[in-house]
Design a protein around this ligand. Structure first.
Ligand code: ATP
Ligand code: MG
Length: 439
């Protein structure tokens, strides 16, 4: 949903949708004129006056969103109603006129129900449409807040709203309410250089993601066993060995969005709010089938020590909550840590698959050196990459950083990247790590 749509397409599509919504609102306002006592619930399931789906057909982003989520005509109208106030606030006033509750503005679940349903049967159907399993909410297109009351506010997902309006997607940052950010990557799994053993573990992981539906749904494991729907993987290894990169690439290869949650920031920054915030993340991930990546898992799942102060006690309570949620989560959870040994035993048992990211050996380093140089980078003849890989014991992240460093030095000198610049950059990596450069 990142590409921006053509402006005229967007404008034409939105205008048609708003005109249809307007027409429905006028009819509903007219129906309410007689007052509450003149609105007997009709049993007749006749025409509820909802514009048919064909009317949205087109090539614009709204039509695409409706098609992708498989919305019904009633659901499509609710989606339009949720987006409409972002274009014109008079829709909020119209919604206020469509409820008997005082002081309510904006689109609530109840107003949405009134919009799409006149008869009793349709009103009952509408309650299900707006429930957590209805396509609108299950697809994450709209949110109901609070989620368990139709008196709650219905709002469109911000990225979706921006997309249907032809605006750039809002940048998503971790916040106290939603302490996760999208994990995007330019890398595919072929870019990650790993020894055969690690790669075969990753293939296992991919199989579990790919065949989940067959095993869990078709073969009944989800119905006949507890907690078999999800998948918890642990990526462990020293800093800079490609754990986060691989997590992003695995999600991308499976065609799933990924969110990353920095656990060390979570426990220190958002103390007190953590449970509710984590609930938001898990709920959304379950709807959107996101891969959840918990970075620095040892910050939370480290061996639980004696309770020494209130901070620790609180943290332990959070850990229990997180454990429960991870265990019952229907999707993929990837935890990364530098120290597998630091992970609590109770937690180790919940991990389905552990993947070790060892520091790269000389052969892997040679490949990383080769692959990390962008093809556009101007270089001088032979860079002696094989010898650099042989001589210097670096991680993938250090090799990447050294190459970036050398590229800047070359750009500043209006020159090309040379072996000498690379060696200087490698030495800096050694300095930064407080290690002595091999002679
Ligand atoms: N095995 C690898 N193959 C190719 N490139 C790598 C590899 N490991 C690291 N890199 C490069 O280093 C960058 C940083 O690696 P990444 O952030 O994935 O490491 P990490 O293991 O998550 O580290 P940390 O434990 O510090 O979070 C990658 O984006 C990639 O450019
Ligand atoms: Mg990482």
């Amino acid at each position: 949903m990142t590409a921006q749509a053509d402006v005229t397409t967007v404008v034409a599509e939105i205008r048609t949708a708003l005109e249809m919504l307007d027409a429905v609102i006028q009819v509903r306002l007219e129906e309410r004129k007689g007052g509450i006592e003149h609105r007997p619930l009709s049993i007749d399931d006749g025409d509820d006056g909802i514009p048919p789906l064909e009317r949205y057909e087109g090539i614009g982003p709204l039509a695409a969103a409706i098609g992708m989520a498989g919305l019904s005509a009633a659901e499509a109208l609710i989606l339009v109603a949720a987006i409409a106030p972002l274009i014109d606030e008079r829709f909020d006033a119209a919604y206020a006129a469509l409820t008997d509750r005082d002081g309510v503005t904006g689109l609530t679940g109840e107003v949405a129900r009134t919009l799409v349903a006149r008869s009793l049967g349709a009103r009952l159907d509408a309650a299900a449409l707006l429930g957590p399993h209805g396509a609108l909410r299950a697809s994450g297109l709209v949110r109901l807040d609070p989620p368990d009351s139709l008196a709650g506010r219905l709002t469109p997902e911000p990225a979706l709203a921006a997309w249907t309006l032809g605006l750039p997607a809002p940048e998503q940052r971790a916040t106290a309410e939603f302490p996760a950010r999208p994990l995007t990557t330019v890398h595919s799994l072929t870019d990650v250089v790993l020894p055969a053993r690690t790669r075969s573990r990753l293939t296992d992981l991919q199989h579990r993601i790919a065949w989940r539906e067959r095993v869990v749904e078709d073969w009944g494991f989800g119905r006949h066993h507890d907690n078999t729907a999800g998948l918890v993987a642990l990526f462990h290894g020293p800093p800079g060995t490609g754990k986060t990169m691989t997590a992003g690439a695995v999600a991308a290869a499976a065609g799933l969005p990924a969110y990353v949650i920095d656990l060390s920031a979570l426990v220190s920054k958002y103390i007190g709010e953590t449970e509710k915030a984590l609930a938001n993340v898990f709920d959304r991930a379950a709807h959107e089938r996101c891969v959840l990546v918990f970075d620095e898992a040892d910050a939370v799942f480290g061996s639980r020590t004696e309770v020494t102060d209130s901070h620790d006690r609180y943290a332990n309570q959070e850990v229990s909550y997180l454990l429960t949620r991870i265990e019952s989560h229907p999707g993929v959870v990837i935890l990364t840590t530098n120290l597998r040994g630091n992970i609590d035993d109770a937690f180790q048992r919940r991990i389905h698959l552990a993947v070790e990211f060892a520091p790269p050996g000389p052969a892997e380093r040679a490949l990383i050196w080769e692959q990390a140089l962008p093809p556009e980078l101007p270089v001088a003849g032979d860079l002696g990459l094989a010898s650099l890989a042989d001589r210097y014991v670096l991680t993938g992240a250090q090799i990447r950083d050294a190459i970036v460093d050398a590229a800047y030095a070359a750009a500043a000198a209006n020159d090309v990247v040379t072996e000498e610049l690379l060696v200087t950059a490698v030495r800096r990596q050694y300095d930064k790590a407080g290690r002595t450069v091999p002679s």
